[in-house]
Design a protein around this ligand. Structure first.
Ligand code: ZN
Length: 156
């Protein structure tokens, strides 16, 4: 339990002990590197998220319940400046020997990989159209009025 933690694009949880019944849950608290950290102008800073989850056996499947946390970065939709914010989203995923595409994740060799599930959760938690501040007026407010203040001012 010491030394530098290796950040990998996989977050493998070995569920053999769950299967054998020697434990009833496995606690996971690890970081992983997302394969592709962003979508449409928003991404996870450094592509790294922290995953905290409890994995339990549930009738031939495994359930991972916890959270995904990190920091997102995106372009302000008005001034295109960088905006950052905390990313935190609940993780609740099911792993099956015969997964259902788009709904559950696969089990390989009694191991599950939380990384793809964490990525999906993180992508859904990214802001769609962030603003650097609620009253951001855009890059050149005099010429390109975009903020609410522009209407109040009445133009020329
Ligand atoms: Zn802005």
């Amino acid at each position: 339990m010491s030394g530098q933690e290796r950040v990998s694009t996989r977050l493998i949880v070995d569920c053999v002990r769950l299967e054998a019944g020697s434990v009833d849950r496995i606690e996971v608290a690890r970081r992983c590197l997302l394969d592709d950290p962003g979508v449409q102008g928003a991404s996870v800073v450094d592509g790294v998220v922290e995953v905290e989850a409890t994995v339990r056996a549930a009738g031939g499947a495994y359930c991972a319940v916890g959270r995904v946390a990190g920091t997102w970065t995106a372009e302000c939709r008005r001034c295109l400046g960088e905006v950052r914010g905390p990313l935190e989203a609940p993780l609740r995923e099911v792993f099956e020997w015969t997964p259902t595409e788009g709904e559950t994740w696969p089990i390989h060799d009694q191991r599950i990989d939380l990384a793809p599930a964490a990525r999906e959760v993180a992508m859904l938690a990214l802001p769609l159209a962030p603003l650097c501040s609620d009253d951001c007026a855009g890059p050149v407010p005099e010429r390109f009025p975009t903020g609410p203040a522009a209407f109040a001012a009445g133009g020329r």
